[in-house]
Design a binder for this molecule. Sequence first.
Ligand SMILES: CSCCC(=O)C(=O)COP(=O)(O)O
Ligand SMILES: [Zn+2]
Length: 234
Amino acid sequence: MSLTEEEQTALVTSEDPHHPANLICELCRNFYTLGWVTGTGGGISIRKEEHIYIAPSGVQKERLEPHNMFILDYPTLSYLRRPTNLKPSACTPLFLAAYDKGAGACIHTHSQWAVLVTLINKGKKSFKIANTEMIKGIPRPSTGKYYGYHDTLEIPIIENTAHEEDLRDSLAQAIKDYPDTSAVLVRRHGVYVWGDTVWKAKTQAECYDYLFQLAVEMTKLGLDPAGPIDPIEE
Ligand SMILES: CSCCC(=O)C(=O)COP(=O)(O)O
Ligand SMILES: [Zn+2]
C-alpha cells in the first residue's frame, strides 16, 4: 500500500501528546535522562492498531522529532512511511518479535544496570530475583495476574551479536522458552521490555531496571537476589 505525501505526513502529525509519533519523542527524552538511550543506542517502538511507529537508526534519540518516524503496516510488514536519508532502527526485527507476542509497545534500553546484571550472571541463561516488592509490577501471563512478592521472577539472558538485527532468532527463542517473560536481557548490551500498552511497557521497564540495580547492589553486599528472606531480618 502506498500513501500520498499528505497521507504520510498526517500519520505523524497530531496535537495529541499521546499520539505515538509525539510520545516516542517525549519518552526518548525521558529515557535519555535515565541513561537508557544515550549515544544513539536503545529506543522505543509503539503500535497503534495496525501501524507500528519506529524511530530512525543511529540518531540521537533524545532529539527525535515526530516527522522522523517510520511507520510499518503490521499485517503486510511494508513501510507506509520512510523518511528520506534515514534507516529504520536496527531493533525493528526485535520489536516485531514482541509485537508477535501481542505487545502494544517495546522498549530497548542500554541501562548499565541491565548490562551489569548480565555480567554478575556469568555463563547463566537467566537472571532470578525473589522476595522484593517491585516484582509485583511485572505481569505473569500464565496466571492472568502480576507476580507476587514471594514469587521468583526469572528473566532470560541471550548472548550479544555483532549486529543488533541478528539477535532476532535468539530473542524469539527466549520468548518461546520463557512464556511468562515480558523482558529479555542481552549480555553486555541491555534489555528489551514490552507491555500490552505503552504505559505498561514504561512502568515495567522501570520495575525491571530497579530490580537490576537492586540485584547488582545486593550481590556486591554478598546477598543473593533470589535467596530466601533471612529470619534475622524480620
Ligand atoms: C551505540 S548504539 C549500537 C546499536 C544498538 O545497540 C542500538 O540499540 C541502536 O539501535 P538503533 O535504533 O540506533 O538502530
Ligand atoms: Zn541496543
